[in-house]
Design a protein around this ligand. Sequence first.
Ligand code: PMP
Length: 437
Amino acid sequence: MSHDTVRTSGAAEVLAAHSEFLLPAIMPYYEEPLVLEEGSGSWVRDADGREYLDAFGGILTTSLGHCHPRVVEAVREQAGKLGHTSTLYVTAPMVGAARRLAAMAPGALGRSFFTNSGTEAVETAIGLARAYTGRTEVIALRGAYHGRSALTTTLTAQGSWRPLSSTQAGITHAMAPYPYRCPFGQPCDERCAEALARDLEETILTTTNGRPAAFIAETIQGVNGVVVPPSGYFRRTAEVIRRYGGLLVIDEVQTSCGRTGGHWFGIEHWGVVPDIMVMAKGIAAGLPVGVTITTDEIAAGWKGKSISTFGGNPIAMAGMTAALDVMVEEDVRNLAATRGARLIAGLELLAACHAWIGEVRGMGLMVGLELIEDGPGKVPSPGRAKALLEAARQEGLLVGVGGLYDQVLRLGPNLLFSDSEVDEALERLGRACRQVD
Ligand code: PMP
């Protein structure tokens, strides 16, 4: 971070202006929201000059840390060369980014459509599925989060994220995996995956006309609190949706680019190739990019015109290509696997000291701690999650919260988070846990 930055205003003034000029629906974290001014690698600095270790990465988005020099350089260079064209013109950065993604994506997924957010990428995926199948009905999962538009908030199945516009027709929700609270038995395993696949089939038979366009699911439900489906789940559900003629749409907005460790995309852990896959967040290391990727055949199903003025913007594409280069060179898939294992092992030790940490779960560097009340019944504890979020901030550590009841603490640091940063995060979180005790 540069130390000679001229401060334009203190935190108090920025916060006052935030409450005056922005929609109150924007609800920043913390009793007193945090005003961030600078970031470098795994660290950010607030408007009062205090530094924090960032273990949430702007919701798993600054995948290479803040202001990675290669990404900054690519953006700077492209901004000085050609900043915008729209999709009416062809640019090398857009083609280059699409080519790299095609090389990384599983199976025959090789045709991309670029937008500016996860929401738009999901919209595009559902549009593609409907165009290709000539059908309209879509099944999503309870607990899902897919975005903020009318369609994607209807796909979303957490009441607090569904505004009045979440009323689109033709969308129903099947039971979602939730191993910690699985109604089909403990441990939640292949048998539960089978029961959940049966529920998907029943949902198709009872709440649709039996001809679904698609089943959409996050590989790991992030906003719902880092919920990892049991082994076999996607193999079975893919079989069900395809048997009824629908497509499998996988939302990798949080789980792409090596986040889950060992593979580029989360779904690869389940050995399934989706028909359409959606990415955003970390895929461009913090630049606003959404991607929908599919096969030649499905892509050809979209006959009408479509345009995205900013989608595939050359600056975002140049930055994204640089980010993907770094991800491949540094092999962040394996870094996420080893650093994630170190993080989870440390969190397990913390959980052994605090009975109110009900479960530590996750894959790679996508991790959640489900917090519960004292006593039996695994009662969700949003109060403890809120207290821990605040205490972590006091200790100079940024983490996130999720879960239907806001009862899950989430960690999603950048994929270059070092061993010593993992240890530092664990130490700070340990102190925060003792504050909550
Ligand atoms: N899908 C998933 C799985 C997400 O987590 C999110 C964002 N939290 C979205 C879609 C929507 O992305 P965006 O906020 O970029 O529109």
